[in-house]
Design a protein around this ligand. Structure first.
Ligand SMILES: NC(=O)c1ccc[n+]([C@@H]2O[C@H](COP(=O)([O-])OP(=O)(O)OC[C@H]3O[C@@H](n4cnc5c(N)ncnc54)[C@H](O)[C@@H]3O)[C@@H](O)[C@H]2O)c1
Ligand SMILES: [Fe+2]
Length: 426
């Protein structure tokens, strides 16, 4: 195998500022959009950012058709509903107003209405789908996040739960990247504390995972530049964004969750989400995310408070962070210095810490956040037990796109031990 020698930075366009939401009408006009599909969920539909967006579109003379049935944590079935709604409508641009669930649904609608595939799984990541390339450019998509978490406004990734498989998977292409993300800290003020905590811990894990991902030079060299994956492994540019996101999380996550009126902390968190998005969008995530997909898919009856879902839900950020301490205790031996650097960016004094303790120190810092933010104490607290581990391992194994980026390879036995360790977090 010839090893990779190059890495790439795919830029994401974002604009940050309190009140920037109202610029969306002029932005759409400038992009040549006249008839926009506005995608949101049932809760965000009734919140100020939606009213501001609809006013801005009306003021710009843009026709708006609203789809407000996005499922909190979308599935293939809910994607299908949104795609069916949009198909045949005369729209030339899309605005997503909401959290990652909304932005990911809008990306799928954009792709499936622009280039309808023969089969739903054609664009979906291999080996679950065929991972066919997106044939050409998509319609303009402006993403207006109302959570501070996924960074989906910066990434070319759309994640959904494949109901038949009980695990999440996704579609990845740089062409899915929103044309523009409008980062407006006014839009996250109404988040329930549990949503702020869970989405904030998603940022934290995105940043550590992309910083500790296998280096890009360990991957095989691609035949053609265009097939170089977006999840290319850790690299010097992603590192900058990931480390800075960790410093911002250390400063502002607890303050933003505990006091939603703290404008400064909320502003830093919505920026941190995009910083981490740029980091992981160009490096990738690994085991905490790979293991989270069956954790959310196999949920039986746990319902996270604050989530407006008519179904059992272990929210994404929670399902990720529940695995994270066990994972970093396991991966630290592969790159102890990097794990320590991440702990330091999160505020730990590492001056007297031995490299052998890097995993424990980073994990302890994560469980400190979990405890302080009242996250359930491990997988057991959201309904899992030892007897579920084989199914959780089976749901993780096909997540090659992310699991192969783990700095320390994890086979089925390792994954079983990691899930066992994650049953109780702190
Ligand atoms: N595409 C990517 O790069 C990427 C990355 C990470 C996660 N994800 C996906 O994103 C989804 C999670 O997104 P999320 O964490 O942003 O949450 P979400 O979109 O699922 O929303 C969570 C809850 O908060 C509510 N809500 C959202 N904004 C609110 C506000 N301002 N005020 C009050 N309530 C509000 C929603 O109605 C919902 O009930 C998952 O499906 C996950 O897999 C995608
Ligand atoms: Fe995530």
């Amino acid at each position: 195998m010839q090893h990779e020698y190059a890495f790439e930075m795919a830029a994401s366009n974002v604009r940050f500022g309190a009140g920037v939401t109202r610029e969306v009408g002029q932005d759409l006009l400038d992009l040549g959009v006249r008839r926009a599909l506005v995608v949101t969920d049932a809760v965000v539909a009734g919140l100020p950012p939606m009213a501001i967006v609809l006013d801005a579109l009306a003021a710009a003379g843009i026709d708006a058709v609203v789809y407000d049935r996005v499922r909190v944590e979308p599935t293939d079935v809910s994607f299908h509903d949104a795609i069916t709604f949009a198909t045949g409508r005369d729209i030339d641009g899309i605005v997503a107003v909401g959290g990652g669930s909304v932005i990911d649904t809008a990306k799928a609608v954009n792709l499936y209405t622009t280039y309808p595939p023969a089969d739903f799984l054609d664009y979906v990541n291999a080996p679950i789908g065929k991972a066919l390339p997106v044939p050409g450019p998509l319609k303009p998509l402006i993403a207006i996040p109302t959570t501070a978490g996924t960074g989906s406004e910066t990434t070319g990734v759309s994640i959904f739960d494949l109901t038949g498989m009980h695990a999440k998977t996704g579609i990845a292409s740089r062409r899915l990247k929103p044309t523009l993300g409008l980062l407006d800290p006014d839009n996250t003020r109404t988040m329930p504390a549990t949503v702020a905590a869970s989405s904030g811990l998603d940022i934290l894990s995105h940043a550590i995972e992309s910083f500790t991902a296998v280096p890009y030079t360990a991957r095989p060299r691609p035949d053609r530049p265009t097939v170089r994956p977006a999840y290319q492994g850790s690299n010097p540019i992603s590192d900058v964004w990931s480390l800075q996101a960790l410093r911002m999380v250390a400063r502002s996550l607890v303050r933003a969750v505990e006091d939603p009126g703290n404008d400064e902390a909320r502003a830093e968190m919505i920026l941190a989400a995009s910083y981490a998005g740029v980091g992981f969008g160009n490096a990738g995530v690994h085991l905490p995310h790979g293991m989270s997909y069956p954790v959310s898919g196999h949920v039986r009856d746990y319902r996270a408070p604050g989530y407006a879902a008519d179904h059992a839900i272990v929210p994404h950020g929670m399902s990720v962070i529940l695995n994270a301490p066990a994972v970093f205790r396991f991966t630290a031996s592969a790159s102890p210095a990097r794990h320590l650097e991440a702990a330091e960016a999160l505020g730990v004094d590492i001056a007297n810490v031995r490299e052998a303790d890097a995993g424990r120190v980073l994990a302890d810092r994560i469980t400190w956040f979990m405890d302080r933010l009242k996250v359930p104490n491990g997988l057991r607290a959201v309904g899992y037990s030892t007897s579920d581990i084989p199914a959780l391992v089976e749901g993780t194994l096909p997540q090659h796109r992310v699991t192969k980026l783990s700095p320390r390879p994890a086979g089925p036995d390792d994954l079983a031990r990691l899930f066992e360790d994650a049953l109780v977090a702190y």
